[in-house]
Write a protein that binds this ligand. Structure first.
Ligand code: AMP
Ligand code: ZN
Length: 157
């Protein structure tokens, strides 16, 4: 269904959502280099890899963030992270692996996914070494208490 400039489709409950490139891959309407698939998840090569072998693990049901996805969905992603990391490392001969998941900020595709990126010492990919800050003890304690309080609220619901 076309509404305005955006290409919209109807999901199962009839709500409008933007057409999703990863749902199209899951439905085999778009091409992807699929490396793994089961009833819960699919994994395929990133189209613009940081390094060759960069793989995305994607739940088959459409959720945008980890906060939104049910625990069982995250568990199935975690299972995949373990063996796909090992497989990518062995297949590429990399010395390490970076596991990344962007939520809202820096999230270009609004369908939950985890990046499995092969890394090597001295590969010049500097993401984990971005600017870091020091905060006062007062600020650290204040945010610690706030996060603990939010965890307690979430756990009690
Ligand atoms: P993020 O910024 O965490 O949302 O990352 C989205 C990733 O999806 C990027 O690394 C893109 O290169 C990748 N991507 C976008 N379109 C496709 C596609 N059609 N097939 C495979 N990967 C894609
Ligand atoms: Zn989707």
């Amino acid at each position: 269904m076309k509404i305005g400039k955006k290409n919209l489709i109807l999901n199962e409950i009839g709500a409008q959502m933007e057409e999703c490139i990863f749902c199209n891959i899951i439905d085999k309407k778009s091409k992807a280099y699929i490396v793994y698939e089961d009833e819960n998840t699919i994994a395929f090569l990133d189209i613009s890899p940081v390094f060759l072998g960069h793989t995305l693990i994607v739940p088959k049901k459409h959720y945008v963030t980890v906060m939104e996805a049910p625990k069982e969905v995250l568990e199935s992603i975690a299972d995949d992270v373990k063996f796909i990391s090992e497989a990518v490392m062995k297949a590429t001969g990399s010395e390490g692996i970076m596991v990344v998941n962007n939520n809202i900020v820096s999230q270009l595709v609004h369908h939950l996914h985890v990046h499995i990126i092969p890394r090597n010492f001295g590969d010049k990919f500097s993401y984990p070494r971005g600017p870091r800050r020091r905060y006062t003890e007062e600020h650290m304690n204040e945010i610690k208490e706030k996060i603990k309080s939010e965890i307690a609220t979430i756990k009690n619901n």
